[in-house]
Design a protein around this ligand. Structure first.
Ligand code: GLU
Length: 386
């Protein structure tokens, strides 16, 4: 990426971590936020649509409500989110308003992105805000989201939003300046990675090694976000947001890691499938089946070695290779109980085994997305045999 390149993007989602926005003792970092507002206004003036996914509701609400430091009970953190979100939304409305830009608050729960109809509805709202030149300011609806049904981290939420509206760039601003091959504070040989072509298993292995940060998502959730984004054609930048004017800093050439988007064309339907956060089950497939998937074929029962989980037909399942790595994701053609019975069998035997015939494939090619690293780079898969 060259100096001043952000204006070449059409739609940018900027994710802002809590630590950048909120100071435990002084509350909101007004000056920093004003700088971000000026950066957004400058991009908008150049024709770039900008969306913000902002954390900070819980952190800010603690200060607002005077809650003690330390772990909060679930109800307390939900109350903190309620109080903090009002203050957060007002702060964005103010800093953007100073540039005559409207802000529109969007609070999402996990099911708003995982259920197809609600996903389309959320997308329509966000698209309309963009059409009206407003900046969507998005967060998880923490006040009602409970542990089992929440994103929990805004990295993956931001990636899901970015793919939902077809953004071409996702910027994760946090207190980490990018990805290193090893912990930089411990390993003098740690190398900074300025460009990541694809999030391979080797890259993922580096995630545990990155410096940690204050807010919820660490490097692992950032790479998870990258996988969701990159597979859907969205590039991702991880950089430190601690500088004043953090977006202008990227354009000035300050340090960041760029994760390139996969260029394989992916339909909106497949983007929705591949971005699902939790798979309801797993299918372990043999090498022959994986070859077939890579050439665009459906997953047939014959190539399925193991079935795990308690999924229903239509649920998202992860497809794993014999080494246990997720190579694809798709919608199950059969319930788990039936999938177990037909796994390893020819499609012509399905009717005899189940007493009915519904479809010849376990996962149809139209409902299946191969993970970027396996799609683009044959060596990644072949290399795993070594
Ligand atoms: N939604 C949370 C908040 O606004 C933040 C989640 C995160 O830090 O990723 O407080």
């Amino acid at each position: 990426m060259t100096i001043g390149a952000l204006k070449n993007y059409r739609r940018i989602v900027v994710k802002i971590g809590s630590a950048l926005l909120v100071d435990r003792s002084h509350g909101l970092k007004q000056a920093w936020l004003a700088g971000l507002g000026a950066d957004i206004a400058a991009l908008q003036a150049q024709g770039v649509e900008v969306l913000v996914v902002s954390s900070g509701a819980v952190a800010l609400g603690r200060t607002v409500l005077g809650l003690p430091a330390g772990t909060l009970k679930l109800e307390e953190s939900q109350a903190a989110a309620a109080a903090g979100q009002i203050a957060l939304a007002k702060a964005y409305a103010d800093v953007l308003g100073a540039h005559n830009i409207m802000a529109g608050q969007v609070l999402l729960t996990l099911s708003d992105t995982e259920e197809r109809r609600r996903y389309l509805n959320a997308r329509a709202t966000i698209e309309t805000l963009l059409k009206l030149k407003a900046v969507p300011v998005i967060n998880e609806n923490d006040t009602v989201a409970t542990n089992e049904i929440r994103y929990g981290d805004n990295d993956r939420l931001a990636a899901r939003v970015a793919t939902m509206i077809g953004a071409d760039l996702l910027i994760l601003l946090s207190d980490i300046d990018g990805l290193y091959t090893a912990p930089p504070h411990k390993d003098p040989n740690a190398r900074f990675l300025a460009v990541v072509e694809a999030i391979t298993p080797e890259i993922e292995a580096m995630a545990g090694a990155a410096a940690s940060e204050l807010s919820r998502g660490g490097m692992k959730t950032k790479l998870d976000a990258g996988k969701i984004a990159n597979a859907a054609g969205t590039a991702m930048i991880i950089t430190s947001g601690t500088r004043a004017n953090p977006l202008a800093a990227i354009d000035r050439g300050e340090r960041f890691s760029l994760f390139k988007a996969s260029h394989a064309p992916v339909s909106a339907w497949k983007i929705w499938i591949s971005g699902h956060l939790d798979a309801a089950g797993q299918l372990v497939i043999d090498d022959g089946a994986l070859k077939a998937l890579k050439s665009g074929k459906s997953l047939l029962p014959a190539g399925v070695r193991e079935v795990h989980g308690n999924f229903q037909r239509g649920d998202t399942v992860a497809i794993l290779n014999m080494q246990g790595r997720e190579v694809a994701r798709g919608l199950a053609g059969y319930d788990a109980a039936d999938a177990v019975r037909i796994a390893g069998h020819k499609s012509s035997e399905i009717e005899e085994i189940l007493g009915y015939f519904a479809r010849s494939s376990m996962v149809h090619a139209n409902d299946l997305v191969i993970r970027g690293a396996y799609r683009q780079n044959e060596d990644v898969f072949e290399g795993e045999h070594a």
